[in-house]
Design a protein. Structure first.
Lengths: 340, 340
DNA sequence: TTTATCTACGGAAACGTTTGCAGTTTTATA
DNA sequence: TATAAAACTGCAAACGTTTCCGTAGATAAA
């Protein structure tokens, strides 16, 4: 609001350009002058105007994080990682939530074309089934790094986990726990993570010679009560599945809720495993078996990748995909109960 | 990057100023011209440079959210509310995490003096015991609205909950559940929420003529394992408390972990209640009795308050405090078990 | 001594907007 | 028809930086 570089220069009886250079440690300025300038700047509490600087340099030192939702342990952890790297490199982090809506995602992506940010970290919304908005965004020269819910049809940087292996492991785990009829609860058929996890599911069934029943592959929305209804329908029948593989945390939780309501015992009557970053999975009743992603690390890697790219002189489009490993943690919800 | 207002003007054979005014719907421009301009702008995909605008107008349409941590359901929900209001009013949201560190908070607050944001929403770190940095920030003319962990020694706007009543209700609930020896698990003695909740705790004990035992009032840090050690010490003795009131979610969780480890039965041997926004409290083993804050609403109100303030012509310093109500939800962890 | 190189700094343009002021045309009023 | 008011539009100065040039003086090389 107050003291600008002009005033600083006046106090110092130096030119504006000299002050600017001194503050940025230019080689053209003598050590003595630099020190004088810096001392005076500190004394007057000079705060450079970031917008003037951004305008001139055409760099904002700001990145955008575009995610489907924030009340989700995975994304909260990822942001934690992103923030860690960003603040270390003096970048600022803008948050945009799409609430799993394609329209919102398009709106955000289009807006970000205006240069408000130097780069974008993005995880697709569940609804997203076309990618023009993202192609356009990249076309304006703004680097985009996808994380977790990546976009496979756009070349570029991606940070993700071994979803196929995770899906395979989860399913095989259920199979080894004697499940014969395993349901796959899916968020959206468009998402990379969903299809990869499902492929793992199918592969595991195939390996163990279990027929893939299409009716056991269920799609869900963002509507909690609608989801629970679907699960209720599936579980409230005589030939209900004896195993549930939830591709995302909230579907595992929804399954728990339904089982509670229907008085279905986990793991005796149905075993449940799900992708989840719930730190208290072990405290659930029963404790939830999970495939857990290194969410914090994903955030860190995504931010690192983007910032590394932004600091590069030659902005050649890197096309690097980093795949981190998830880990399966068996707990009570898939415990094999003895016959009685 | 590309097409700027100058180019737009050239295409339209109009002056820059006319174009600018037309885009902003100035009364000085004819409807016909406005339409022409807007159509051309859309056609050329003109994106106004936000930094040029910010520089000129000395307004950034950006707010900062400064919170202790994001992997916390309360804050995630609050951000959700903040984002909801912000995007509605076309504001952008920068996130800064202090990780409960005073130094970090000071660093962030000082940085924000430079005008990068028009206003700040802040929840104090657990370590914060002096407020110069916040006084300075406000002194530069940047409005600050506190939410949840408010700063009582600085006049200004605050959004919080009825922490005294919440603490009182939680404690009385334990008392009515026959607890005789109730521990209070506190995050930091500096925080407004902590002291308010503790006052409620003390008041409830007094009302029921229960002696306030200082040894039952325990302080905790941000270090999970250290916290669990303290709780272990408290619970692993013959005269352990029979009731625990956790002032924040993570201490309730820590208590669960310790009880599990020590094979202490909840609620038979010890009853637990805690402030928490865990949506799956009911699925814990046993389900957790909670005092739940309207976190989403707090976020919304905080953002509303700040933005209302920013849009005001006369920036008179409002000093409004909004107190929302928490609700006590009794569940399994405080259930009175019959004598056997 | 002349010329070239370096060091340290200043002047001024540029970044892309917004806006005060002035100017021109059109319309309304007398 | 003359004149005042209203309706449009343009010029140019900001906003606070960064950076391209240019230059004065000092030092080194010829």
């Amino acid at each position: 609001m107050n003291v600008d570089i002009k005033m600083l220069a006046k106090h110092l009886r130096l030119s504006i350009s000299t002050v600017s250079r001194a503050l940025r440690d230019s080689y053209e300025i003598s050590a003595k002058t630099k020190q004088r300038v810096k001392e005076m700047a500190a004394q007057l509490n000079y705060q450079p105007n970031p917008y003037a600087s951004s305008l001139r340099k055409n760099k904002s030192k700001t990145i955008a994080v575009v995610i489907p939702e924030i009340t989700n342990n995975f994304f909260a952890l990822a942001i934690n990682g992103i923030e860690y790297i960003s603040q270390e490199k003096k970048y600022h982090v803008l948050i945009y939530l799409t609430h799993e809506s394609l329209l919102k995602e398009i709106e955000v992506a289009n807006h970000l074309q205006n240069g408000r940010v130097d780069g974008v970290l993005l995880s697709l919304s569940a609804e997203t089934n076309k990618y023009d908005h993202l192609v356009n965004l990249k076309a304006t020269g703004i680097p985009v790094v996808f994380f977790d819910r990546i976009c496979e049809s756009i070349p570029g940087s991606c940070i993700t986990t071994d979803d196929f292996e995770g899906g395979f492991a989860a399913t095989e785990h259920l199979i080894l726990c004697k499940c014969k009829k395993i349901a796959y609860l899916d968020l959206s058929r468009h998402l990379s993570i969903s299809s990869k996890r499902m492929q793992g599911y199918v592969a595991a069934l195939n390996k163990h010679n279990i027929h893939v029943d299409e009716r056991l592959i269920m799609q869900f929305s963002n509507d909690v009560s609608a989801n629970e209804e679907v699960i209720t329908d599936a579980l409230d029948s005589s030939d209900r599945p004896d195993g549930i593989f939830a591709s995302v945390e909230k579907l595992a939780i929804a399954s728990y809720n339904v089982c509670e309501k229907l008085k279905i015992n986990i793991p005796e009557q149905v075993k449940i495993i799900g992708f989840s970053n719930l730190e208290i999975s072990s405290l659930l009743n029963p404790s939830l078996s999970t495939i857990t992603q290194p969410a914090y690390e994903i955030g860190k890697q995504a931010a690192l990748q983007l910032l590394r790219y932004l600091e590069k002189k030659n902005m050649t489009d890197v096309h690097e995909t980093i795949i981190l490993k998830s880990t399966l943690i068996p707990r009570g919800s898939t415990k094999v109960t003895s016959f009685k």
